[in-house]
Design a protein around this ligand. Structure first.
Ligand code: HEC
Length: 149
């Protein structure tokens, strides 16, 4: 009787244990695939903003610019310590060696999009402005923190 009870505890404990491991494994996959999806989406949105601003369609561009900014802020949560490798990630380990600088660059990318929305109606050279406040941040980050591809 006592043995059966102990066996029950053992089986129950190992069930929770493997369940827990399986679950955290799944979250890493969710995180890496999740951030890739957000970056892909932002790349698509950036192309759209580029097309709209070239034609001075500022009203149509504005909500997309805000969405990109929010996506960047959200991405700050997508680089936990346990998501350095696997699932085809192109993130480089240096991100976690200088996490503050990486986060600052992500925050700058988010802030620059808000700045773009603020100045886009008044600037003389709209193309130079979105190059500086939108595209330059992609390159600044990728050249240091993403695998060459
Ligand atoms: C602050 C850093 C940072 C900024 C800013 C940034 N990226 Fe990235 N990007 C990354 C990192 C890191 C990855 C790799 C993510 C991974 O594979 O886990 C990535 C991945 C990507 C991917 C590949 C997604 C996939 O499916 O694998 C695309 C496309 C992309 N970025 C486009 C852009 C564009 C376009 C911009 C600017 C409008 C931009 N990124 C701005 C850091 C950044």
């Amino acid at each position: 009787m006592k043995n059966k009870f102990l066996l029950f505890i053992f089986v129950a404990a190992s069930f929770f244990n493997t369940n827990f491991i399986a679950h955290s494994e799944e979250s890493i996959e969710d995180i890496i695939k999740g951030r890739k999806a957000i970056f892909s989406n932002n790349a698509k949105l950036a192309k759209r903003v580029n097309i709209l601003l070239r034609e001075f369609e500022v009203e149509e561009a504005e909500p997309i610019i805000f969405e990109m900014s929010k996506n960047y802020e959200n991405l700050l949560n997508y680089f936990p310590e346990n998501s350095k490798e696997g699932y085809g990630t192109e993130a480089l380990p240096i991100i976690w060696e200088e996490k503050d600088a990486f986060n600052a660059l992500m925050q700058k990318a988010a802030d620059d999009m808000l700045q773009l929305a603020k100045v886009m109606e008044e600037v003389d050279d709209i193309q130079a402005t979105y190059k500086k406040l939108m595209w330059a941040n992609c390159n600044a980050c990728h050249s240091r923190y993403r695998k060459p591809h």
